[in-house]
Design a protein around this ligand. Structure first.
Ligand code: PMP
Ligand code: GLN
Length: 377
């Protein structure tokens, strides 16, 4: 068989979650909550089934959900996205990313990806013949925009950004945005902005969505996920925002990739989001979790990197061990009963920072139990 992705194996999230299940370890690897969503939301799902919303949704998504999404972007970012032509409901953030790449990247187009990077970007670019231009960032993961500018040439088609960042927990600051505006001005470079953790940001920092900056929004696909907002990663519903001309292209791919996504859940989410408080509640909820986990982890031998956003905490074990991070992640799962993700999984080249990523979207008692075990390391 002539593989289209010869260098790609099974995603690390599957590998580590499977190992956690096999060994009975506490799973702080793959990012998902171990608590349920709001029962009110579950009720709305049941009502939605009973109301007979059980056939295909419109290709671009149930209109009342697109309207809610438009209201949210107006409320949080003072941005106007037209529900008719600029918003599409997708099968999670993953499909939003994939369709954005699939609808714009041609063979030999160059796409700038900063590493550590979420693992779906590069394979998607390659499937469409694109060339991934990697910028390797080392902790504290700051982007050197002058270097990025130097790499831009007539083949550069897209820059992929992810803030708040998985796995680093870092966020884009205003000076990053200023540089991004500077280096893309007057070009036709697109921005693919993965903002699935937009509501998970701490210490009073503000999420700088591309939607806030008209010069960037006019060239941006913004990808979001209800999995993070509603604690429902298994529902696989998200959306993409883009100016109408880009969204027209996006939908040409979306309509043949999935056509449309789960109808009853779209109705339920739309009804739930009538309450705008949902967005605000989440802020306090995750700040508490982050603070709680960091406090517990400070008692262990791990050194914690800063975490400004997302539900991931990077922890260094350099003081304790020289093992490669993959080996240690395996050993901690098997021998200590706590699963994590090795940082090197987010790089395409050999990397050894001695860091593990822990997901803290877990019940208090899960975090306590996990850290109790990590104290023995
Ligand atoms: N982007 C990032 C950075 C992610 O961490 C994830 C996974 N949670 C996704 C995209 C995909 O989101 P979804 O689960 O909605 O497909
Ligand atoms: N985004 C989640 C993580 O980083 C996993 C999603 C997935 O398994 N594809 O852990």
């Amino acid at each position: 068989l002539h593989s289209k992705l010869p260098a790609t194996g099974t995603t690390i999230f599957t590998v580590m979650s499977q190992l956690a299940a096999e060994t009975g370890a506490i799973n702080l690897s793959q990012g998902f909550p171990d608590y349920d969503c709001d029962p009110e939301l579950t009720e709305l799902v049941v009502s939605s089934f009973k109301a007979g919303h059980n056939q295909y949704a419109p290709m671009a998504g149930v209109m009342k959900l697109r309207e809610r999404i438009a209201e949210k972007n107006e409320l949080l970012y003072q941005a106007q996205y037209n529900p008719d032509s600029e918003i599409t409901v997708t099968a999670g953030g993953t499909q939003a990313l994939f369709s954005a790449i699939g609808s714009t990247i041609r063979p030999d187009d160059e796409v700038i990806v900063f590493e550590p990077a979420y693992d779906s970007y590069a394979p998607a670019v390659r499937l469409f013949g694109g060339v991934v231009k990697t910028f390797k960032l080392d902790p504290p993961y700051k982007i050197d925009w002058d270097n990025v500018k130097k790499a831009i040439n007539s083949h550069t088609r897209m820059i992929i950004l992810n803030s708040p960042n998985n796995p680093t927990g870092s966020i884009l600051k205003q000076k990053d945005i200023d540089q991004l505006i500077r280096i893309t001005k007057g070009t036709d470079i697109l921005i693919l902005s993965d903002e699935v953790y937009e509501h998970l940001i701490y210490d009073g920092e503000k999420h700088l969505s591309m939607a806030l900056f008209p010069e960037l929004a006019e060239r941006s696909f913004i990808c979001a996920s209800f999995g993070k907002l509603l604690h429902t990663t298994g529902w696989k519903i998200g959306y993409c925002l883009a100016p109408a001309a880009l969204m027209t292209e996006f939908r040409k791919v979306h309509q043949y990739e999935v056509f449309s996504v789960n109808t009853p859940l779209q109705h339920a989410i739309a009804d739930y989001l009538k309450d705008e408080e949902v967005y605000l509640r989440l802020l306090g909820f995750f700040q508490e979790k982050r603070d709680f986990f960091r406090k517990l982890m400070n008692e262990t031998k791990f050194d914690l990197l800063p975490c400004s956003g997302s539900y991931f905490q990077m922890a260094s074990y350099k003081n304790v061990s020289n093992e490669p991070d993959f080996d240690l992640a395996m050993r901690l799962t098997r021998d200590f009963g706590v699963a994590s993700i090795p940082e090197s999984a987010f790089y395409s080249s050999k990397t050894d920072h001695g860091l593990l990523r822990f997901c803290f979207a877990k019940k208090q008692e899960t975090l306590e139990k996990a850290v109790e075990r990590l104290l023995k390391f």
